[in-house]
Design a protein around this ligand. Sequence first.
Ligand code: SAH
Length: 213
Amino acid sequence: MTDAATRQMQFLFQLRQRGVTDTRVLGAMEKVDRGAFVRGHFEPRAYEDMPLPIACGQTISQPSVVGLMTQALKVEPRDTVLEIGTGSGYQAAVLSHLARRVYTIDRHRDLVREAEDRFTAMGLHNVTAICADGCFGLPDQAPFDRILVTAAAEDPPGPLLAQLKPGGVMVLPVGQSDAVQHLIKVTRTPVGLEYEELLPVRFVPLVEGLARD
Ligand code: SAH
C-alpha cells in the first residue's frame, strides 16, 4: 500500500472511532484531501484529528467534528446548503459531495479567494464562496434545506433561522467564545423550531461585520 493509502485508511479509521459512522459522510470525507486545505508548517499534521491554524488567525476544524456536524445535518442529494464560516473551504468541499448546491460565506476576503481557488482546482463546481457577513445569511438564495455554522454565536442568529425551509435543519455551535460551547441541531417542524443539544465543542467566534484585511 502507498503512504497516501495508509494515511487515508488511518484517517477514516480515526473518524469511525470518534463516532462518524454515516457511510455517505465517510465517503465524502474520503474524497476530500484535507492536506490540500492546510498550508506550510502544519501541512504534515493535516491527517491528524486536530484543529489547525489557517490564514487570518482562523482555524480549520478537527476532522471528527467536521464529520459529526455533517452527519447531524443529514444532507440529502437534492439539498441546497448554506455554510457560514468558509475558513479553508474544507467543510464546504465535504458538503459539495453530499448536496446539490453549496453556498459558503466568510467575512475574510482572502480566505474566500483561497477557498475558491481550491474548489476550482478540485473541480468542485457546485460550491460558491462569498465574502459577506454570515450573520445575515444569504437572502438572495434563501431559503435553504440545510444550514451549517462553523463559528460560535451566543444564540442562533435570527436571519439564519428565518432562512431555513420547512423541514430544514441547522447545526451550529452556541456559547461564549472563551468557554465550552455546545453543538446544537435546530429543526424547523410544522409546529415550530425544535432544538437538540449534541456535543461540547470549541470554535472561533462568529464576528459581526466584514473583516478589514
Ligand atoms: N469551516 C471552516 C472552518 C471555519 S473557522 C473550514 O472547514 O476550514 C470559522 C470561520 O468563520 C473563520 O474563517 C471566520 O472568518 C468565519 N466567520 C466568523 N464570523 C463570521 C461572520 N459573521 N460571517 C462570515 N464568516 C465568519
